[in-house]
Design a protein around this ligand. Structure first.
Ligand SMILES: C[S@@+](CC[C@H](N)C(=O)[O-])C[C@H]1O[C@@H](n2cnc3c(N)ncnc32)[C@H](O)[C@@H]1O
Length: 373
């Protein structure tokens, strides 16, 4: 993958409902954010609302993790404004699996959904990146986005000795910091244009908390270092080349709470001048559900490390596989590339199986409510 390649082709989640089944923790995160969504909704005049109420879930994947939260939003709107038409707009990248999304939304899977039961709730999808204005100006009443905006619009360079910016230093790190800043400003300016006056956006984004913790680094085995160690060992074992090692750089950046809030509180910033204001910001940690279950099993004397490893690795694989796959030389036959990638995750699984203590992917997020003046 070249240094300037967009992330868009590389990070689509696996389709067919794989995402929701493999990422139970992401649903826990949205469930935890639901009271903030209700609070944001309370700030909007529903009874006196003019025209349809528009809600969007940006970076929705297959929609399975947000379906309960959206059902609760619809209930709350219905209680305040029984006949208010609601447009529910699901948005993600063009290569997202929108068939899986609509199968879930319309109750054609085993994921429970209340949405088809409501009158006057209209479902739409926009295969448009959140780095663009998705909705017409001043029409969005309630925006939501979870666990998506850490993906950068482009990779600002490769990291020569790690796979994620958390392990970068010097100029390589500085490039990610700057890309993160520019991208965040762009995301916020797009939302400033779309939000109706008085509209709210609730964003739950991976970040670095006040204690320096971030996804998979909350005190146990460091997840990104483990990814890196195994990928590095593949160079030593001549499974991948040095160039392929370096190309496997995740186009992500985890901002601190300050980096998240600065453009919203600095009166001189373009975002502030565009009318966006910070209403709420905090960081929270949500425990890895797989590790939590394993620990609970262990405390009853029943923990099975092999079962834990088998269940846990698919969740890591769902969002990293495309980056490692894309790093492999295009000249390699597809079957060979698949074999390498399978071996990579098999190696990670074997590590967890043989020494499970401390493995897990706790989520560290910044939870924010932003309003439009
Ligand atoms: C980890 S999933 C989160 C899905 C869901 N919001 C949740 O919290 O469970 C990240 C999603 O963000 C999407 N995504 C990444 N970059 C994006 C972009 N620039 N515009 C829209 N969606 C994007 C991915 O395609 C993926 O579906």
């Amino acid at each position: 993958m070249s240094a300037d390649s967009s992330h868009a082709d590389d990070i689509a989640m696996k389709g067919g409902g794989y995402y929701s089944l493999a990422t139970k923790g992401a649903k826990d995160v949205i469930d935890m954010a639901t009271p903030l969504v209700m609070r944001a909704l309370d700030g909007i005049d529903l009874a006196g609302h003019d025209g349809p109420f528009t809600m969007a879930d940006m970076g929705c994947a297959d929609g399975g993790t947000s379906i309960d939260m959206i059902g609760q939003v619809v209930e709350r709107i219905r209680a305040a404004a029984p006949t208010l038409p609601i447009s529910m707009v699901y948005t993600d990248q063009p290569n997202n699996d929108y068939n899986a999304l609509f199968r879930i939304v319309y109750g054609m899977t085993d994921i429970p959904t209340a949405l088809p039961g409501y009158d006057n709730v209209h479902m739409f999808a926009s295969a448009t990146s959140f780095y663009r204005e998705i909705l017409p100006p001043a029409t969005l009443d309630l925006g939501f986005s979870a666990t998506a905006m850490h993906w950068l619009s482009a990779k600002p360079g490769d990291i020569s000795d790690h796979v994620q910016a958390v392990g970068a230093s010097g100029r390589e790190l500085a490039a990610f910091v700057e890309q993160g800043r520019k991208d965040w400003e762009r995301i916020l300016l797009c939302r400033a244009a779309e939000l109706a006056p008085g509209g709210r956006m609730v964003m739950v984004n991976f970040g670095k908390d006040e204690q320096g913790r971030y996804l998979g680094n909350t005190g146990g085995v460091h997840m990104f270092d483990t990814f890196n160690e195994i990928w590095r060992s593949f160079v030593a074992d001549r499974v991948v080349t040095e160039a392929e090692y370096v190309a496997a750089t995740l186009p992500q950046y985890y901002k601190t709470l300050e980096e998240f809030t600065d453009p919203l509180t600095d009166p001189a910033s373009a975002v502030y001048r565009a009318g966006l204001r910070l209403e709420h910001a905090e960081t929270r940690v949500v425990a890895c559900p797989y590790a939590a279950e394993f620990r609970a099993d262990q405390s009853r004397g029943e923990g099975d490390p092999a079962a834990f490893a088998r269940a846990y690795i698919p969740t890591l694989r769902s969002w990293t596989e495309s980056t490692f796959f894309a790093a492999l030389a295009p000249g390699r036959p597809i079957a060979e590339r698949r074999e390498i990638i399978d071996a990579y995750y098999d190696d990670y699984e074997a590590r967890v199986r043989s020494d499970p203590a401390g493995h897990g992917m706790d989520y560290v997020h910044a939870y924010m409510i932003v309003s439009k003046t």
